[in-house]
Ligand binder design. Structure first.
Ligand code: C5P
Length: 407
C-alpha cells in the first residue's frame, strides 16, 4: 500500500455527481480524513438522489455545498473562496454527463463553476455504464480533459449495477485515496533550504516614478508554496506583488534589483537550492532624482545603467547552491534557454514563451539541463510548480553536494 502521509493537512474538495457509485463517497471521505486531509463536499442535484447531503455533512464535518446561488452558503464560504481553499478537486464519481460539461468548460452549477474557478489540480474518477464509457464522445471528452492536465483515476472493470460487465466501475475508495496521495509531494524536499526570487523589481526614477515590468509573481509564489508543502524551508525574496505570503514561507520584501541582490547574497550561503524566478529589471536609471521630476520640458532623457545579474552572481559565488533559472523567450526557446544555462552557469533552466507567461494562471515550460530536456505542463502554475520541484529534487539529490565547478 502506498504511503498516505502526503495527504496530511491537504484540503480536498470532493465533487459528487449523479451515479449509483456515489454511495462509495461515504467511505472515501472517511478514508481521506483518516489520512489527515480535510474534506469539503460539493454535490450536483443528481448526486443528492443517490446519497444524502446529511450523510456527507456528518462524515466530512462541514456543510455540504449544493447551490451556486445560495446566499447563506455564500456568506459562510463563497464559491470562489471554496475553489481557492482546495489543494485538490476530486470528482468521484464523475458521470459521463459531468465529464462532457467539464470538457466544455461549463459553469452552470456549483461544481462545474468550482472546477473552472480553481487553480488546484483536478482529478476525476469516471463511473458509468460500460457502453457509455466505450462511446467515442466520452473518449474524446476524456482526451480533452487529459490534455488540460486533469488526472483520470480509473475506471475499474467488472460487474456493473445495471447488470453489464465491463469497464466503467468507480475505483474502490482505498484506491482513490492512494491515487490522491500520489499527486502530492510531501517529504520530497524535507530538510532542504530553498531561496526563491519572485515578482518584478522596481527601479526608481524619482520619489514617485519607477521602471518595472508585468511580472505578477505567481510562478515564484506557486513554487514557494509547493516547496513548503513538500517539506522545504523556503525564503522568498519578493519584488512588489499583490500576492499573499504562502503558508510556512519566510518572505523578504525588496523593491529594486540592487536590494534583491543584497538580500540574496546574504542568504545564499545557507541555501541548498536557489531558484531565480524574479523578472529582474535589466536596467535602472543612472541617477535617481531626489525631487519629483517636473513635466516642464517637452522631452525627457533617461540614462539607464545595467543592473547586476543576480543569479549569475550567486552562481559565481563560493557557496554555490544548486542553481535553477527561468528564461522567458519570444523566439528560439531551446537554443536561447540553453545558451543562458551555460552563460549564467546554472544547473537547470525552465524556458517558456514570454507572451504565454506573464500574469497568467497557467504555464508550460521546457526544462533544460546538460544532458537533455523535459516538458513541464501545460497546467496551472501550482501543478507545473510541483512537476518542476520533482525534477529539481531528482537533479539535486539530498546529501549530495551540487557541482561547484565554474564554467
Ligand atoms: O537574462 P534573463 O533575464 O532572460 O534571465 C532570466 C533568469 O535570470 C531568471 O532566472 C532571472 O530571475 C535571472 N535574472 C537575475 N538577475 C537579472 C536578470 C535575470 O537573477 N538581473
Amino acid at each position: 500500500m502506498l504511503n498516505l502521509q502526503s495527504l496530511s493537512n491537504k484540503r480536498i474538495l470532493l465533487g459528487i455527481t449523479g451515479g449509483i457509485a456515489a454511495y462509495k463517497c461515504a467511505e472515501l471521505t472517511r478514508l481521506l480524513i483518516k489520512a489527515g486531509a480535510s474534506v469539503q463536499v460539493a454535490m450536483t442535484r443528481a448526486a443528492t438522489e443517490f446519497i444524502t447531503p446529511l450523510t456527507m455533512q456528518a462524515l466530512s464535518g462541514h456543510r455540504v455545498h449544493l447551490d451556486l446561488l445560495d446566499p447563506e452558503a455564500e456568506a459562510a464560504m463563497g464559491h470562489i473562496e471554496l475553489a481557492r481553499w482546495a489543494d485538490l478537486v476530486l470528482v468521484a464519481p464523475a458521470s459521463a454527463d459531468f465529464l462532457a460539461r467539464m470538457a466544455q468548460g461549463r459553469a452552470d452549477d456549483l461544481l462545474s463553476t468550482l472546477i473552472l474557478a480553481s487553480s488546484a489540480p483536478i482529478a476525476v474518477a469516471p463511473a458509468m455504464n460500460q457502453a457509455m464509457w466505450a462511446d467515442p464522445a466520452t473518449g474524446s471528452n476524456l482526451a480533452t480533459l487529459e490534455e488540460r492536465g486533469v488526472h483520470i483515476f480509473g475506471p475499474a472493470s467488472g460487474d456493473q449495477a445495471c447488470g453489464d460487465i465491463g469497464p466503467g466501475r468507480l475505483l474502490e475508495p482505498q484506491q482513490l485515496v492512494e491515487a490522491c496521495a500520489g499527486l502530492f509531494t510531501a517529504g520530497l524536499l524535507s530538510g532542504r533550504k530553498l531561496l526563491i526570487t519572485a515578482g518584478p523589481t522596481r527601479e526608481a526614477i524619482d520619489p514617485v516614478r519607477f521602471i518595472s515590468n508585468h511580472s505578477s509573481g505567481k510562478m515564484g509564489y506557486a513554487l514557494a508554496a509547493e516547496a513548503a508543502a513538500a517539506g522545504a524551508q523556503v525564503t522568498l525574496v519578493s519584488g512588489p506583488t499583490c500576492l499573499a505570503t504562502p503558508e510556512r514561507v519566510t518572505r523578504i520584501d525588496v523593491e529594486s534589483a540592487t536590494e534583491m541582490l543584497e538580500v540574496c547574497l546574504a542568504k545564499a550561503g545557507e541555501a541548498d537550492i536557489f531558484i531565480g524566478v524574479a523578472a529582474v529589471s535589466d536596467y535602472r536609471p543612472a541617477e535617481v532624482s531626489d525631487e519629483k521630476i517636473k513635466k516642464s520640458a517637452a522631452t525627457l532623457d533617461l540614462r539607464l545603467v545595467r543592473n547586476p545579474d543576480i543569479i549569475s552572481e550567486i552562481a559565481a559565488g563560493r557557496q554555490r547552491p544548486f542553481m535553477v533559472g527561468f528564461a522567458a523567450e519570444t523566439s528560439s526557446l531551446i537554443e536561447n534557454g540553453r545558451a543562458k544555462l551555460v552563460s549564467k552557469n546554472l544547473d537547470l533552466l525552465f524556458a517558456n514563451q514570454a507572451t504565454d507567461t506573464f500574469n497568467r494562471d497557467s504555464v508550460a515550460a521546457t526544462a533544460i539541463f546538460t544532458e537533455g530536456e523535459r516538458e513541464m505542463g501545460p497546467g496551472n502554475k501550482h501543478h507545473v510548480a510541483r512537476q518542476m520541484l520533482k525534477l529539481i529534487a531528482e537533479r539535486a539529490p539530498q546529501g549530495q553536494e551540487p557541482d561547484r565547478t565554474l564554467v
